[in-house]
Design a protein. Structure first.
Length: 152
């Protein structure tokens, strides 16, 4: 039972089994979760994001053992956490969500200066590069919003 729960969480409710772009599918799950969390107080959003990160470290490490390979492509809890960080304290809106999604995917795929994080063993190695990509996307999104002098 624990194994099945771990796989469900690690694969983002099985979105990581998408035959095309599983990381993007997981990011979409994260984006949908952001839309739900935007209706809650900031402390609830932050608590949920921290819970996703903690659970992600645990279950993604377990998933490596279950799938018998490092950073399995089916594991997308890291993309979900990255999206939660990307849109944290960003004014809700369709344009800001789409911009944040695009920026996060670009940082997640390109991993500028983040390759070192993938070398960390276990769950932290899977999660950290996406956590940092989310932080970079959040900062750049805020810069873009400031340049336009308004929320997107």
């Amino acid at each position: 039972m624990v194994r099945h729960i771990a796989i469900f969480i690690a694969t983002g409710a099985y979105s990581g089994y998408s035959p095309i772009a599983p990381g993007t599918a997981g990011s979409i799950v994260g984006l949908l979760l952001c839309f739900v969390l935007d209706y809650l107080p900031v402390y609830a959003y932050l608590s949920a994001a921290l819970a996703v990160i903690a659970a992600g470290v645990l279950v993604s490490g377990m998933a490596e053992t279950i799938f018998k390979r490092k950073d399995p492509k089916e594991v997308v809890i890291d993309e979900i956490a990255g999206m939660l960080i990307t849109l944290f304290l960003v004014p809700p809106g369709l344009v800001s969500a789409l911009c944040g999604f695009t920026l996060f995917r670009l940082f997640d795929i390109a991993k500028p200066g983040l390759r070192w994080a993938e070398k960390i063993p276990g769950g932290w190695g899977i999660m950290l590069d996406d956590i940092l990509a989310g932080a970079m996307a959040n900062i750049l999104l805020r810069v873009i919003m400031a340049l336009f002098h308004q929320p997107l």
